[in-house]
Design a protein around this ligand. Structure first.
Ligand SMILES: Nc1ncnc2c1ncn2[C@@H]1O[C@H](COP(=O)(O)OP(=O)(O)OP(=O)(O)O)[C@@H](O)[C@H]1O
Ligand SMILES: [Mg+2]
Length: 306
């Protein structure tokens, strides 16, 4: 591979949401602040919506790493579960032993007991649900009931929902309006602007041991930003292939022509990036009041309701 050629210690554009490679970008910083502020405020639900590959899982891991005292983290990466399996998974994550075929009322009772124990030690649970758009409707209802549990001191569980734009469509369903009304904080993850894209590429290179953060020339970075539409996953794929193209020519810098080769080798790239029209449509989505605000990562503070 090209590691030795470019003096890298590891692959800089690996396709994992590796927490150690988190880059603090304006688009993500605002969403991270909304999550951390929402959790500190003690309100029930916080929602983060972003297109495929914009960095929701990376953001989720960054938030989990910054939780501070008073919050017990639970991370559910795959919540496509029926209500009982969902509650059993949450219980399991909290260390409750749930034998198979435990009746649902016993499961709920055990979960409530453990949540009260946590509250007695002046803590509460921060439940992060990634890929929330895949949850069945009945599981959303179980989630709402879980968020209703409280003591005089406040909620026992706070919930952060992260999902693709389909999540908004799900929550707009008539039967899910009780949950939608409980979303106290919501934010959207925008694709990276050109400057953020440059910072992102350079930071990943430095974190991977590059001696020269200017390994990609400015025209190469412009081409990567344009072709990826600012989506981090597509930026990663193009950067990786561009490095391979430069390596195959024995070059020490990535030039625009290497990116052109990378694009040619990326079948389907154009199909998956967000086209300007789709971006406009997503920005005008009726369920996102926030989308009408001009900032890169749009944030809404909705009045919390009991
Ligand atoms: N702020 C960031 N710092 C470092 N890497 C990032 C950042 N944001 C995104 N990435 C990288 O971009 C890629 C896509 O990010 P991620 O998997 O978090 O997207 P996603 O929104 O969760 O996608 P999906 O909708 O498919 O679940 C990952 O390799 C991730 O590591
Ligand atoms: Mg994800």
């Amino acid at each position: 591979m090209y590691l030795e050629h470019f003096g890298l210690a590891r692959l800089p554009f690996e396709a994992t949401s590796n927490g150690s490679l988190y880059v603090d970008l304006p688009e993500h910083r605002e969403a991270l602040n909304v999550i951390l502020f929402g959790l500190r405020s003690g309100e029930g639900f916080i929602k983060v919506v972003g297109e495929v590959g914009t960095g929701k899982t990376a953001l989720c891991r960054a938030a989990l790493a910054r939780l501070g005292d008073g919050l017990v983290p639970v991370f559910l990466p795959d919540p496509a579960l029926r209500p009982i399996a969902f509650l059993a998974t949450v219980a399991d994550e909290l260390g409750v032993v749930v034998p198979p075929r435990t009746p649902v009322h016993v499961l709920k009772q055990r979960l409530r007991e453990v949540l009260l124990d946590i509250a007695r030690s002046d803590q509460r649970v921060a439940l992060f649900i990634d890929e929330a758009q895949t949850m069945p409707g009945a599981t959303f209802e179980a989630l709402r009931l879980l968020s209703n549990l409280e003591t005089s001191a406040g909620k026992l569980v706070q919930i952060v929902l992260l999902g693709q734009p389909e999540l908004d469509a799900r929550l707009a369903r008539y039967d899910l309006r009780p949950l939608e009304q409980r979303i106290a904080f919501s934010t959207r993850l925008a694709p990276l602007a050109a400057d953020a894209c440059r910072v992102y590429v350079q930071r990943r290179l430095i974190e991977s041991g590059a001696r020269d953060p200017g390994l990609f020339t400015t025209p190469a970075l412009s081409a990567i930003h344009r072709e990826s539409g600012g989506i981090p996953r597509l930026i990663n794929a193009l950067c990786h292939k561009s490095l391979m193209a430069a390596f195959s020519e024995d070059e020490l810098r990535v030039e625009r022509r290497h990116v052109v080769r990378a694009i040619a080798a990326s079948e389907g790239l154009g199909r998956w990036r967000i086209r300007p029209l789709a971006r406009l449509r997503s920005a005008l989505a009726p369920s996102s009041l926030a989308a009408r605000r001009p900032s890169a990562s749009r944030t809404t503070w909705q009045e919390p309701r009991a």
